[in-house]
Each structure stands twice: as structure tokens, then as C-alpha cells.
Ligand binder design. Structure first.
Ligand SMILES: [Zn+2]
Length: 132
């Protein structure tokens, strides 16, 4: 994952689920990036760490979920919001940004989560079959 995407995803997760952005009184966006962004941590885990550290309360909470920690699903939702959902057919999906090959795994409803294998690109996106 590249730095920009990490920042976008974390910021959006914070805003959607905690009601404020990364530039909060407790910490700065730069501080956040320095602490978590370089470790290759998933954004939702980074947000969990910082919100736990400062005892911040989550304002949104899925009915099926009793804890206050964000999950990978929350992150995928934000990813779909930030980046368009790409469509795929029978051909092998390549990165829409740099055309490199991607690594992917299956999600629910036939969707796939793709990570660009070109480390200088680091784009990530959700793709779904054209027929859906
Ligand atoms: Zn790429």
C-alpha cells in the first residue's frame, strides 16, 4: 500500500467512524504517518491502535458487532468509496494505475480485493465481475 492511500483510508475511517479527521488535538497527521504508515500496518489496525491509545469512542457501530474496533470490512467499505470499483471479465486484472500485475483475494459477493505488485505504485482496489 502506498503512503497516499494509507493516509486516505485512515483519514476516512477516522472521519466515518469516530467523527473527526487525522488532524486532531491529540496528534497530527504527520505523527500518525510516522508512527503507523511506515510499518506496513493496515489502516484499520492503525486507526484501532490510535483510538485505543487515546480512548476515543466509535460513533458508528454495526448491529452485528459488539466491540468498538474497526475490522477489515470497514476498511474495504472505505476503499470502495475512495477508489472506484473496477470491473473484471475473464482476462487477468492488472493495476488500473500502472498496468502491473496484482495480487488478489476473494471477498463476499464475487468481489475481489486487489493489491498492485509494483511496490512503487502500491495501488489497491476492489473489483467485481462485469455480470453483477
Ligand atoms: Zn500499480
Amino acid at each position: 500500500m502506498n503512503k497516499d492511500l494509507f493516509q486516505q483510508l485512515s483519514g476516512r475511517l477516522m472521519l466515518d467512524h469516530f467523527g473527526f479527521g487525522l488532524n486532531n488535538i491529540h496528534f497530527s497527521e504527520k505523527q500518525f504517518m510516522d508512527t503507523y504508515g511506515r510499518k506496513g500496518m493496515r489502516p484499520y489496525k492503525a486507526v484501532n491502535s490510535i483510538t485505543k491509545k487515546y480512548s476515543l469512542n466509535r460513533k458508528s457501530r454495526p448491529a452485528s458487532f459488539s466491540g468498538s474496533e474497526l475490522t477489515e470490512q470497514d476498511e474495504f467499505q472505505v476503499l470502495q468509496y475512495i477508489n472506484t470499483i473496477y470491473l473484471f471479465d475473464e482476462e487477468i486484472m492488472t493495476c488500473p494505475r500502472c498496468s502491473s500485475r496484482t495480487d488478489f483475494r476473494e471477498l463476499e459477493h464475487g468481489r475481489q480485493f486487489h493489491c498492485c505488485l509494483n511496490s512503487s505504485c502500491g495501488f489497491e482496489f476492489i473489483a467485481e465481475p462485469e455480470s453483477l
